[in-house]
Design a protein around this ligand. Sequence first.
Ligand SMILES: O=C(O)c1ccccc1N[C@@H]1O[C@H](COP(=O)(O)O)[C@@H](O)[C@H]1O
Length: 217
Amino acid sequence: MTLVKICGVKDAAGFDAAVAAGADLIGFVFYPPSPRAVTAAAAAELSGRAPRGGEGGPLRVGLFVDPEDALLEAVLAALPLDLIQLHGEEKPARAAGIRARFGIPVMKALGIAEPADLGLLAEYAPAVDRFLLDAKPPPGASLPGGNAAAFDWRLVAGRPIPRPWLLAGGLTPDNVAEALRHTGAPGVDVSSGVEKARGVKDPARIAAFVAAARGAG
Ligand SMILES: O=C(O)c1ccccc1N[C@@H]1O[C@H](COP(=O)(O)O)[C@@H](O)[C@H]1O
């Protein structure tokens, strides 16, 4: 079954909608410049609204961009995470160091724009547990992700990816089925495409996205 991650949840309506829709993973953004950023305390409070990952609830994912250890420590003191998503310029050694130090699986986000970008997969594979393949930020974007930008899905269609992976970037309830058919991705991740305004999740779009992804695979 296709894994579905709803990312950038920051209020109870969005969290409850993701849980009710049956999302497999829920992402909290710990990157202050993002309109989806949450504090560790707020994420912990939201997380308490549903059973933990492995106990019938969705896996909790913390999204970080080039985090210092102090930030990871502060978040983990407030909230157990099932997966650390690294969405910055972290090198393989840093990803491996975070995984070893905190004992939590790591998912590395890579921006894909041309075939050569897939060469990074082999470099990172020993250091990480999962990949998230996303578009590169469009020119002028202020965020490294969450920009509603898609990449050319033909770049990954039928390609062997050396770890379990999620497809991301510009996905919506309207295009996720096509994206899955095109790429054969084992999972999908969405943020902007399930919002009614930038940074504000729309429960109806979350339900529609999960249903469309499930219907496709
Ligand atoms: O969502 C954010 O604000 C964000 C900030 C910094 C790094 C990554 C971010 N989001 C990630 O990007 C993907 C794709 O987003 P979108 O669906 O195209 O808006 C999202 O799923 C997050 O994992």
